[in-house]
Design a protein around this ligand. Structure first.
Ligand SMILES: Cc1cc2nc3c(=O)[nH]c(=O)nc-3n(C[C@H](O)[C@H](O)[C@H](O)COP(=O)(O)OP(=O)(O)OC[C@H]3O[C@@H](n4cnc5c(N)ncnc54)[C@H](O)[C@@H]3O)c2cc1C
Length: 212
């Protein structure tokens, strides 16, 4: 017999269940009015004393916690990729704008203050890309991706936020106007630091992994 760890014992009672839409006590809340990712609808799901039959349990009794953690770990790579896409999109818009907009007699990309922002963005995006690819590679190879996924999500979401804020800055006043799209990327970037585990939670995962 294999001895159970304290953690396994603690989470023994947690199960994953399939709740069907028409079950009594299951309520879908109204659509949330969000800061960003407004093209994707979000609703709260409420469960009030819902009775779910045993047949709707996923896996063995007690499998739920492990299942939830694995789902979250995999999802983190997806959110890291989303963040990377937001960062790359914001950078491309900023690069293009900086080569078109003239101020003080020259394209703003010729001002070192702007060129250095682009250099920082490009470098950080490339670093985030490598972390995302590493996590995806670990998952594809069947290796453990808890640490690499958490690092990719933590860093790529930070880069998305920083890059989008700087892209708005490079656009000047136009960055604040919806027509130029960078303000939308700035709003969209924020959620990548929150869902699928906040940045603070990623740091808990990473530090636990390196300190074990
Ligand atoms: C648009 C959107 C879509 C979502 N989609 C889904 C979904 O599909 N499925 C789903 O299950 N959830 C979803 N969520 C919920 C989302 O995953 C949670 O909001 C997120 O995980 C943070 O949890 P919380 O809101 O309870 O924040 P809290 O846990 O209340 O955290 C508040 C603050 O405290 C910090 N904090 C909390 N605990 C600690 C700790 N131990 N140490 C240090 N800091 C800590 C957090 O990092 C955060 O800064 C969604 C949320 C949004 C906004």
């Amino acid at each position: 017999m294999i001895a159970q760890t304290d953690k396994e014992k603690k989470h023994r009672g947690i199960n994953a269940l399939i709740v069907e839409k028409d079950m009594d006590g299951f309520v879908i809340g109204p659509k949330e009015n969000k800061l960003g990712i407004r093209g994707s609808d979000t609703h709260s799901l409420m469960f009030n004393d819902v009775k779910v039959p045993k047949e709707n349990r996923i896996g063995e009794d007690g499998f739920g916690f492990k299942f939830a953690m694995k789902t979250l770990a995999g999802g983190r790579i997806g959110i890291a990729a989303q963040a990377l896409g937001i960062a790359a999109g914001a950078y491309e818009l900023a690069l293009k704008y900086s080569q078109e907009r003239k101020a003080f007699g020259t394209e703003i990309s010729n001002h070192q203050a702007i060129a250095f922002k682009l250099a920082d963005m490009y470098t950080r995006i490339q670093a985030a890309r490598l972390l995302v690819y590493q996590a995806a590679k670990d998952k594809d190879n069947g290796d453990n991706y808890d640490l690499s996924g958490a690092m990719a999500k933590l860093y790529a979401s930070q880069v998305a936020m920083e890059t989008a804020v700087e892209a708005v800055q490079i656009h000047g006043g136009n960055g604040f106007v919806k027509e130029y799209h960078v303000e939308r990327l700035m709003r969209d970037a924020k959620i990548t630091r929150i869902y699928e585990g906040t940045s603070e939670i990623q740091k808990i995962v990473i530090s636990r992994s390196i300190l074990q």
